[in-house]
Design a protein. Structure first.
Lengths: 624, 560, 294
């Protein structure tokens, strides 16, 4: 029983993190108390991309925003367990919905810093183990409940107690409230503090505690309360610019929300602004990109999002539509390498076994990728520029590390092996000696979707070109849902993967830490979020610099050190950075230009997601 | 009719064919019992012709088929030349068949449309010659090995019966582990674990582990596994041929399964699977052929050859597909050439054998075809559908005669023919009877047809005999009311008369599902009395050799 | 006698005219297509086809050109050679699967139709049991249990396809055998002392064979389509072995920019299936008309 529970729990937890990661979740890092006002740069999207820095900023000429209109947004996926944050596997489509009906405590600023939104001020204690926030006064949920400290604490506690989201907040030891102030205590010093609860974390969004108490799945409820709880977790009651109207699940479903006249940044609100401009917003799921694209062309949608580079490419230079491209804070595509071997004193320390063997069953012992020479050979053999050109329509960038341009820790040159067949062959000679194999045999596990499968074909062919008879690659397509199980268990040699989206590297530590690298075990997979299972003391040191040091300069240097370590040790084979595209009718204005009440410009697009309050349509009519 | 009793059987003489109390029941589609023949008795002396007459559905054809044991009757005795046919097993019956032949109603349907007349007529010879030569060629060797198996089995029979299944099971596991040298034994066992646990035979694993642990042990088990079952089987059936066939079957299965597992992991891609697919085909092929060899020992020799050739082909494909580029071309051409020569040789050998057989059969075929009045020239290589009904019936007769039978059963041989041809065929049968000294059972649905040809006529109604007697008596002085009606219905010599409608009797033929009580004819009999429904009439002699089963026959005083 | 001769002549006329008309240009076109395809598939290695797994840099999604007659796929591989090598897979699966089903289903059908009674009932139950299994569920569960890593996918495919084709083939053979067993030549063969095996294989099988062969061609065509469907789900033989279904599947994301990637293998599959069906139908027609004159 216990083992089963552990397994189920591990899978659940990993799912939540992956949902988060895939949604490009991460918390911003920089704790800059004084938000910078970023000067608006009117740059062409093309130029941005040339610089490896497509931000998705809507740079069209300023016109005066007008009220009115109904916007239909074509989104890419349905959400499992919608939408209440503590229970939802909330990816990009769900996150857009959260952004429409509620606001987060913090929001990502244009420079990658994190700025307060619902929060007015934030003060850390001297040891950075306790942070006190003051919540803006006078904000009300849609049901009239005031947003006070207690409401924020209640929201955070639902997330902390939930098996899905709890592990990610495990460093919080206590949450107390008093009037409009909330104090969060941490087990370790936290350089980022509650700024982690920003708009790219589902738990950063606030919902009415009155409503939450009617939801049966709420972990804070007692059994009796649960029995009588009749609320619907999809009928969100937030503080946002739009109020819930209706929701129909399934492909082609729609989530409709109407204008909240009492929005705290609206005409009746505390800031006296005019937000939002739209009368109504509808999110319609259209899973297939062709369907989404056709829906846009046919007038069914006014705006769509996609990470399909081919499709984005098609809209380039198309005058009839507005295309915004963004690779900020997005995920990195890669081939994960399973490095499980030897012992892991870090994870061993946690369970009292300093000699913890990483591969007790010897399942990974035939994996050549446990040898640095083999990893380098593979990295040298991959023409990542060609992968970007042919698999990314020539508009995505080859990746050189986990941090895309614009993120903290990004480097032009990370020291990651460059495409060089001669070098690859030299390393392969060493690899054959190290692994004792000839030909060197590698198993590559990938998802079953045609695009990944075809990409893998290209990768295999590149390796064949570089190594010929020296290598034998066996590609195994696995049903998408099973991949995560294999990754958790370490039952793979090389696996096609996409991960590490985030604003701040400190929120990515569990993917890379030796503490989360548990032994390969196909029967009882444990919490091994470090799927590659590498044990790298230098990495541990560098990650501490990112996580626990409040000095921004040190954090940046540490993040760069992390990046260089990836380059030096080749823990993963990087391929490309994900590019998101927002495609809309030209009538839709100010798609990504959102400022805080203080006038701070926010990051236009974070891993594909953006704010919707500021969007308006020409003549107050989105359809024209 | 409704006649029971065997008074009409001639005990004092020794008949060639003697049918006593024959009963044939079968299940109708609705699951009810159809009483097609109920207590039919008759005897036929050597050289005699028996005419068996009755309406359609009276059971006369069923009787004919029961006599040739196809299907076997429900009860009763059928003696042919003193041999009780119903007690013979299938094989003994088969060996008896040549002396008991049959001619069928539909001449076209009784000839295989895909074979030439030469082969159709000679087929009986082929069947028995092949058996003969096959037995001669392989008997000595197989007898020896068969005896060896029998000896072993007689010594080990009791332990073998227990050990053989276990041995087979462990053989399978041994094969599996042997076949998986790249995988550890544990992996394989764990792979097998789920279904095995499900079936609930954990003991298999102990055996498997024993068998797999040491290849020496495995080899011992293998020997036991292969030899013991055959010992058991051969001991049980006592038949050399079965032993041979099953040995072939199991050893070939063994070999191919082994090869299959062995190659499973050693090759990759299409090549691997192509060859494995062919090996799988070989399994089916070998199994079928071995089974054939089991049933038909005459085929054992040729099947062994075929198997060898097929294996050679499979191995070639297996090997060639694994090669690449120019090597493949070279090896392919070479093996194609070798195969070509080999197949040519085999085909030639086979053709020669066929040709020899045909040649050997040709005089016989010509003789019988000429005897039945067929023009031999130009008809040998033609197919049955190129002939008219009368010609086809002559061919049928030729086929029946080629084995020199003693008894020929003619099941309405002329009723499907044109009237003009009927007489020719009847005359032919008469001639053949004289020429070959045949004994005939001639079945017809009207008395006129059998009148001239028969030495003795039996009239049948609803599964029973009404009246038996020499035609002179029976036709001039019919005793049974049914016979009288039949004779009345004989058409006048008028060529336009439709014979099928000749027999006109009041009322419907009762259902054989529930035949009437007492006399079965009582529902339609003009003389019916109360007694007829309660008491079944018994056979009684009304004149010398003339028997009737009726309470009130024509000559009885009661009937006056 | 005059009557007889007349009848014979009419038959001959009928037959010659029928023979000339029944096959026809389309039939021979279909046969030639299959012959060329099979030849190319068997000798793909020694014919001047490009390496089907080599990706040509800069040629991805190119249309047909001089050096790549059918164009290149999403990662620059030569579609022509992939179509030819894909034919290998399709044909092996279809031919081997059908052959196994033919041997097993044919034997079962022959025995059931010939022996009837209890044997028939038992064998028919066996055949019907295989019809109860939903094919895709059977296939997917076999994959999950026996072959999650796609190491023996070809075996599973052939096994499943053969298993599923046994019942249809067995039923066709059984029905045919039953009809032919009614003929008196079968009883005649038994009467001369031929063993049951000889009767089945020498007398009945040659008569059942024509419809069996034409039906098998149709089964083959079906298996090619099913393999395509399975490959479309990404469950067929794994990369890099080219299969038509896999090519269609992988061409799908590029459908609007490079439709030829999907079109070429789809066309090959279409033509192959069409040819097999056409030949099967024609043969069936021909044999049926021949049987009808008997
Ligand atoms: S008289 Fe009576 S016994 Fe004789 S046939 Fe008629 S019904 Fe039968």
């Amino acid at each position: 029983m216990a083992k089963k529970f552990v397994k189920a729990f591990a899978v659940l937890f990993a799912f939540s993190l992956i949902a988060a990661a895939c949604g490009g979740d991460s918390d911003e890092t920089a704790i800059e108390n004084e938000p910078e006002v970023v000067e608006e740069e009117v740059t062409q999207v093309e130029e941005d991309r040339e610089q490896g820095d497509a931000t998705g900023e809507d740079t069209r000429d300023d016109m005066t925003a007008v009220h009115g209109g109904r916007l239909v947004y074509g989104v890419e996926a349905d959400t499992s367990n919608p939408f209440v944050p503590y229970a939802s596997s909330c990816a990009i489509s769900c996150r857009m919905i959260l952004r429409s009906v509620s606001d987060a405590l913090f929001i990502t600023g244009a420079g990658g810093n994190i700025v307060p939104h619902l929060v007015e001020t934030i003060v850390p204690s001297a040891d950075f183990k306790s942070w006190t926030m003051a919540i803006r006064d006078g904000i009300k949920f849609h049901d009239g409940t005031p947003l006070d400290g207690a409401a924020v604490a209640y929201n955070l506690n639902t997330c902390r107690m939930s098996p899905l989201t709890g592990p990610a907040l495990s460093q919080i030891s206590d949450v107390t409230s008093d009037g409009q102030s909330v104090t969060i205590s941490y087990t370790f010093p936290e350089a980022l503090g509650p700024a982690a609860l920003n708009s790219s974390t589902q738990c950063g969004f606030m919902f009415s505690p009155t409503w939450l108490q009617t939801i049966a799945s709420n972990p804070l409820l007692t059994a009796e309360q649960r029995a009588t709880a009749a609320g619907n977790p999809t009928e969100l009651v937030g503080v946002g610019a739009f109020t819930f109207k209706s929701y129909t699940p399934g492909n082609g479903n729609s989530f409709i929300a109407t204008r909240n006249a009492d929005y705290w940044r609206g005409e009746n609100g505390i800031t006296g602004e005019e937000l939002p401009y739209l009368d109504e917003i509808e999110f319609v799921v259209s899973v297939d990109i062709q369907g989404r694209s056709n829906g846009l062309k046919g007038g069914q949608f006014d705006i769509i999002h996609t990470s399909n580079a081919d499709e984005i490419k098609k809209y380039e230079g198309n005058e009839d539509y507005v295309l915004l491209q963004a690779n900020d804070y997005g995920e990195t595509s890669m081939y994960m390498l399973n490095a499980a071997q030897g012992t892991n004193p870090y994870a061993g320390a946690l369970r009292g076994d300093p000699e913890l063997a990483m591969d007790p069953l010897g399942m990974n012992s035939t994996n050549p990728m446990i040898h640095l020479s083999c990893r380098k050979a593979a990295a040298h053999s991959l023409d990542t520029q060609r992968l970007a050109d042919e698999r990314g329509a020539g508009i995505v960038k080859p990746a050189n590390g986990p941090f895309p341009p614009g993120s903290m820790g990004y480097l032009e040159d990370t020291g990651y092996p460059k495409f060089d067949i001669a070098m690859a062959q030299t390393e392969m000679e060493q690899c054959k000696i190290d692994s004792g194999q000839d030909p060197v045999t590698v198993g590559v596990t990938i998802g079953q979707d045609p695009f990944s499968a075809e990409t893998a074909d290209l990768v295999v062919s590149m390796m064949d070109d570089a190594f010929g008879e020296d290598i034998s690659v066996v590609v195994t397509p696995i049903e998408q849902g099973q991949l995560i199980g294999l990754a958790l268990a370490g039952a793979y040699h090389v696996m096609g993967w996409r991960n590490f989206g985030g604003v701040d590297p400190s929120e990515l530590w569990y993917w890379w830490s030796a503490y989360t690298a548990s032994p390969v075990n196909p029967t009882v997979p444990e919490l091994a979020l470090n799927f590659g299972r590498f044990v790298d003391p230098e990495m541990e040191t560098a990650m501490q610099g990112v996580r626990f040091n409040p000095d921004p300069a040190v954090r940046k240097a540490s993040a760069e050190a992390v990046n260089r370590l990836f380059g030096k040790n080749v823990w993963n084979l990087w391929t490309t950075w994900t590019l998101w595209g927002l495609i809309s009718s030209p009538r839709v204005m100010d798609i990504t230009t959102f400022t805080t009440p203080e006038g701070t410009m926010t990051a236009p697009v974070v891993a594909g997601k953006h704010s919707v309050q500021q969007i308006w349509c020409q003549d107050g009519n989105c359809q024209g | 009719m409704a006649g029971s009793g065997n008074l009409h059987l001639r005990e004092q003489e020794k008949p060639l064919l003697r049918v006593e109390d024959l009963v044939v029941n079968f299940l109708s589609a609705g699951g009810e019992t159809v009483q097609a023949v109920s207590g039919f008795s008759i005897d036929v002396l050597e050289g005699e012709t028996l005419g068996l007459v009755g309406e359609s559905g009276c059971g006369k054809s069923t009787t004919a088929r029961a006599i040739i044991q196809s299907p076997k009757p429900t009860a009763g005795s059928i003696q042919l030349d003193g041999v009780e046919l119903t007690e013979l097993d299938d094989e003994e019956m088969r060996r008896t068949r040549p002396i008991l032949q049959m001619i069928f109603q539909d001449p076209i349907s009784s000839l295989n449309p895909r074979r030439t007349i030469r082969d159709v007529v000679a087929e009986p010879l082929y069947v028995w010659w092949e058996e003969e030569t096959g037995r001669l060629a392989i008997a000595s060797w197989f007898e020896k090995t068969g005896n060896l198996f029998q000896k072993i089995s007689s010594k080990f029979s009791r332990p073998a019966r227990i050990l053989a299944p276990l041995a087979w099971l462990s053989l399978i596991f041994w094969l599996v582990s042997e076949a998986s040298d790249e995988r550890s034994l544990e992996t394989w066992l764990s792979w097998l674990k789920t279904p095995a646990q499900f079936i609930g035979f954990p003991v298999l694993f102990i055996l498997a582990a024993m068998a797999a642990a040491l290849s020496v042990v495995g080899a011992v088990w293998l020997v036991l596994a292969v030899i013991l079952p055959f010992g058991v089987i051969s001991g049980k059936f006592g038949s050399v041929t079965n032993t041979v066939g099953l040995t072939g079957l199991f050893t070939s299965l063994f070999a191919v399964v082994f090869l299959f597992f062995r190659t499973w992991s050693s090759l990759g891609g299409v090549a691997h699977w192509l060859s494995s697919g062919i090996l799988l085909l070989a399994v089916g092929f070998l199994a079928v052929w071995s089974l054939l060899a089991c049933r038909e020992p005459s085929r054992a020799g040729s099947s062994a050859l075929a198997v060898l050739v097929f294996m050679l082909f499979a191995i070639q494909v297996f090997y060639i597909v694994g090669l690449d580029g120019n090597t493949k071309l070279a090896v392919f051409s070479l093996s194609a050439a070798v195969d070509g020569i080999l197949y040519w040789l085999i085909a030639r050998r086979y053709k020669l054998a066929r040709a020899q057989m045909r040649q050997r059969a040709e005089p016989e075929v010509k003789r019988v075809l000429e005897a039945v009045g067929m023009e031999v020239e130009g008809s040998l290589e033609r197919k049955p559908h190129e002939f008219s009904g009368g010609q086809a019936q002559r061919i049928s007769i030729a086929r029946a005669l080629i084995l020199n039978p003693k008894v020929v059963i003619c099941d309405e041989p002329v009723s499907a023919l044109d009237v003009s041809v009927q007489a020719q065929i009847l005359n032919l049968l008469e001639d053949m009877k004289a020429a070959y000294g045949l004994t005939l059972v001639f079945i017809a649905h009207d008395l006129a047809v059998v009148k001239n040809i028969s030495d003795r006529v039996a009239v049948m109604y609803l599964g029973k005999i009404c009246e038996v007697g020499p035609p002179e008596l029976l036709y001039s002085a019919p005793q049974h009311p049914y016979t009288r009606l039949l004779i009345d219905a004989i058409p006048r010599p008028d060529p336009e008369f439709d014979q099928r409608n000749a027999v006109r009797i009041e009322g419907e033929l009762p259902s054989p599902l529930a035949p009437p009580s007492g006399c079965r004819f009582r529902t339609r009999c003009p003389n019916v009395q109360a007694k007829c429904s309660t008491e079944e009439p018994q056979m009684k002699e009304v004149a010398s050799g003339h028997y009737v089963a009726c309470h009130y026959p024509a000559d009885s005083e009661l009937n006056q | 006698m005059i009557k007889l001769k007349l009848r014979k002549r009419t038959r001959e006329v009928d037959e010659t005219s029928r023979t000339n008309n029944s096959l026809g240009l389309m039939f021979w076109a279909a046969v030639s297509f299959l012959a060329v395809l099979t030849f190319c598939a068997i000798f793909a290695d020694i014919l001047p086809f490009k390496n089907p797994t080599q990706t040509f840099k800069g040629f991805n999604k190119n249309g047909p050109s001089g050096s790549f007659l059918l164009g290149n796929d999403g990662v620059g591989r030569d579609i022509l050679s992939r179509v030819v090598y894909g034919a290998q897979t399709s044909l092996v699966i279809a031919v081997v699967g059908t052959s196994i089903a033919l041997i097993i289903g044919g034997s079962i059908g022959l025995a059931a139709g010939y022996y009837r009674g209890k044997v028939d009932r038992l064998l028919t139950i066996m055949l019907n049991t295989t019809l109860i299994i939903p094919p895709l569920i059977l296939f997917i569960s076999l994959i999950l249990f026996l072959d999650p890593a796609a190491e023996r996918r070809m075996f599973i495919l052939i096994f499943t396809f053969a298993l599923l084709s046994i019942a249809p083939i067995g039923r066709v053979v059984r029905a045919n055998t039953m009809a032919w067993s009614e003929r008196e030549f079968v009883l005649a063969a038994q009467t001369i002392g031929a063993r049951n095996g000889r009767v089945m294989f020498r007398e009945i099988l040659p008569n059942v064979a024509p419809s069996l062969i034409s039906y098998s061609l149709i089964v083959m065509a079906t298996l090619i389509i099913v393999e395509g469907a399975v490959a479309f789900l990404g469950l067929s033989v794994p990369s890099p072995t080219p299969t038509w279904g896999d090519m269609i599947n992988k061409g799908r994301p590029h459908l609007d920019v490079a439709p030829h990637i999907t079109l070429m293998p789809a066309l090959s599959m279409f033509l192959t299936v069409l040819s097999l069906n056409f030949i099967g139908d024609k043969l069936q027609e021909k044999f049926e008309s021949k049987a009808a004159i008997l």
